[in-house]
Design a binder for this molecule. Structure first.
Ligand code: HEM
Ligand SMILES: CC(C)=CCC/C(C)=C/CC/C(C)=C/COP(=O)(O)OP(=O)(O)O
Length: 306
């Protein structure tokens, strides 16, 4: 072998896969659809925090900062999960899993997003929101992804708290303080996360087993998971009534929460009866419609009553 061949630099991940790197790959790393729903909940947290509409700078810069930090957390998730993601069909085409983006480049991207996000929140919003958002990033990227996900089938119950934070972050961006009504919104998403995720985990059980991730259907079976999905949807139904019970929201919200919640319970009962992968996927999809609609309804109710 000639000297010149020996000293050739190692191919970059792009050369290695023969694919062109695009901004779409970087966008994909930030889990934009998940972050979009989070931002919907933080916008609504902002709009519920006070009568009237907050200053546009808080709306724009507050959500920008929160989105940047949430996106950064998602990028770190891709790096930490690089090996796991290559094993599962749902995730194996991800930019870091395929090698289209090198882990170090992804980490530099995450650090940049996080630094700009923290600056925006520190300079234009308030320190409380900045630190709470950073804590959510650490909760998802560090505590959940690095540790809990691999350690216990209760991973998403505890880790779900990080994803539930955006309405509180929106609220503190406007008021500068943590208040009970904002915590109710967090509690709703906290109770929603297990049925949201376990429905998908049933649908993808074999992949999680192959990847060695102890998700509840893998460790305890489908029936046990389906029972817990039902129990959490019942708890969610109860918790979702608290904004009405505490006087935060009115009749429109009550009716909306009941219809949406009972439908979720109906899905959970069908899942328990049928143990069907297709029902599991539909339950997962409905969970997203549920959360989006519930937050829109609470907002509509707020503006009708004020
Ligand atoms: C630790 C808590 C959570 C876990 C473990 C979890 C898990 C997942 C998983 C595995 C997916 C599938 C992603 C894919 O299709 O590749 C997903 C999708 C989704 N999640 Fe969650 N999730 C959590 C919290 C949240 C929260 C708090 C929100 C929003 C408020 C959210 C919104 C969504 C949305 C919108 C999708 C659909 C994304 C798409 O269509 O690509 N999730 N979730
Ligand atoms: C600052 C802030 C609000 C942070 C929240 C960050 C955030 C994007 C949370 C997302 C929750 C989520 C999609 C978990 C799935 O992870 P997974 O690893 O179980 O799923 P995967 O297999 O699809 O990667």
């Amino acid at each position: 072998m000639s000297e010149s061949v020996k000293t050739l630099p190692a191919p970059s991940p792009v050369e290695a896969t023969g694919q062109t790197l695009s901004w779409r790959d970087f966008l994909e790393l930030t889990k934009p659809r998940v972050v979009a729903l989070m931002i919907l909940t933080s916008v609504i947290g902002m709009l519920l925090a006070m009568p009237g509409v907050p200053d546009w700078t808080v709306l724009v810069l507050g959500n920008l900062g929160i989105a940047l930090l949430a996106g950064a957390a998602a990028v770190v998730n891709h790096v930490v999960d690089q090996k796991v993601d290559t094993v599962m069909a749902r995730t194996r085409k991800r930019p870091v899993a395929t090698g289209r983006i090198a882990p170090m480049d992804a980490l530099i991207f995450a650090a940049t997003l996080a630094a700009v996000g923290m600056l925006v929140l520190m300079l234009w919003i308030n320190h409380l929101t900045a630190w709470l958002t950073l804590a959510s990033l650490v909760g998802y990227a560090g505590v959940y992804t690095l540790f809990l996900k691999r350690a216990t089938p209760q991973n998403i119950v505890i880790g779900g708290l990080a994803g539930a934070m955006p309405p509180l972050l929106g609220w503190t961006a406007v008021t500068g303080q943590i208040e009970g009504h904002a915590l109710l919104l967090v509690l709703i998403i906290f109770a929603w996360t297990p049925p949201h995720f376990w429905a998908l985990a049933i649908h993808r059980k074999e992949e999680y087993a192959k990847a060695g991730i102890p998700m509840l259907p893998v460790t305890h079976g489908n029936s046990y998971t389906e029972l817990h999905i039902l129990l959490y949807t019942l708890m969610l139904l109860a918790v979702s009534l608290l904004p009405f019970v505490t006087g935060m929201s009115g009749g429109i919200y009550l009716i909306g929460a009941l219809i949406l919640g009972l439908r979720f319970v109906h899905y959970a009962i069908r899942l328990l009866k049928g143990d069907d992968r297709r029902v599991a996927l539909n339950t997962f999809k409905y969970s997203i419609t549920y959360l989006m609609t519930l937050f829109v309804v609470i907002l509509v109710d707020h503006f009708v009553f004020f």
